[in-house]
Design a protein around this ligand. Structure first.
Ligand code: G3P
Ligand code: CA
Length: 293
């Protein structure tokens, strides 16, 4: 049994369109420790599970609502009600300029009907499966772009914390880790909003590493981009400040100079010694951990 934490990144997103119910159910069946939810608000303030604040990279919004784009040419989740969002078809992520799939060998574009769902619906799926299977898999929500939401007159953190509370996630012993890139917002979540959940500071820049001692005042763990493990003393600083490290994102299609996915897994999980990883292919990571003593 491995002591590494495996997080299904956007679900089993290496195999089915990210953040769909099918993708989450498939992830669940692989038995990771946590399943991730990126969260953005709809016009009627419903937390929706979707990665971007935009809709055009993963849905057919332009076909159904051609006149609802903003001046920048993009379609925003926050401009649509939950009822409207439910009418959209979700597909594999595309590159907005070429219209082609970002990962061409993943689930084909245009096949089958997938949809969007709310954070509450996803929690019901995971808690329902916990009941029916006897496993105990956690949730790992990420609050997306709190400043954007504030500019639109919405307090996403307050709303998300309300949903989490409603479903019984209130303390560090509950299987819910709450993540955000915005350090000021995490600080507010801990102090002003008095959240007692485990909090995770996401990091993408080398310049953020010097702030680790400060992050330790209000979070329990760090979620660095994989590349930061190569260029810094991040792991030492994290240990010194008693913070766990969950690195993102392990993808079988992105070997980052490794010869094979196993080599990459060995480097990140064993050599660098992270405590956990976000991965699009939880089955491959779990399989690796079962083979490596
Ligand atoms: O939340 C961890 C990782 O998912 C951060 O990157 O862009 O995939 O949300 P992103
Ligand atoms: Ca995320």
């Amino acid at each position: 049994m491995s002591n590494k934490t495996i997080i299904a990144h956007r679900g089993a997103s290496g195999y089915l369109p990210e953040h769909t119910v099918a993708c989450k159910a498939m992830a669940y069946a692989m038995h990771p420790d946590f399943i991730e939810q990126d969260v953005v608000l709809s016009k009627d303030k419903i937390p929706i599970v979707i990665h971007d604040i935009h809709l055009d990279t993963t849905t057919n919004v332009s076909t159904l609502y051609g006149d609802r784009r903003r001046e920048d040419g993009r379609y925003y989740v926050i401009d649509f009600t939950f009822e409207e969002l439910k009418t959209l078809k979700v597909h594999e992520r595309i590159d907005i300029s070429s219209g082609k799939a970002v990962y061409p060998n993943r689930f084909p574009l245009g096949k089958l009907r997938f949809g969007l769902h709310s954070l509450a619906e996803e929690i019901e799926l995971i808690q329902g499966l916990n009941k029916s299977t006897g496993y105990n898999i956690g949730i790992y929500p990420e609050i997306k772009d709190p400043q954007f939401h504030r500019n639109e007159g919405m307090d996403i953190s307050l709303i998300v914390l309300g949903i989490l509370r409603e479903y019984g996630y209130t303390s560090k012993k509950d299987l819910c880790l709450l993540q955000c890139f915005d350090g000021l917002e995490l600080q507010r979540i801990r102090t002003e909003l008095k959240c007692e959940l485990c909090l995770v500071q996401l990091m993408e820049l080398e310049s953020e590493i010097k702030s680790i001692p400060h992050f330790a005042n209000y979070v329990d763990g760090l979620g660095p981009w994989l590349g930061l493990l190569n260029v810094s003393n991040l792991m030492e600083l994290a240990k010194e400040h008693h913070l766990f490290v969950h690195a993102y994102t392990l993808r079988a299609e992105e070997l980052n100079n490794a010869l094979s996915f196993d080599d990459l897994l060995y480097k990140i999980l064993i050599k660098d010694g992270v405590d956990g990883v976000f991965t699009d292919q939880p089955d491959l990571v779990l399989n690796f951990l079962n083979r490596v003593p």
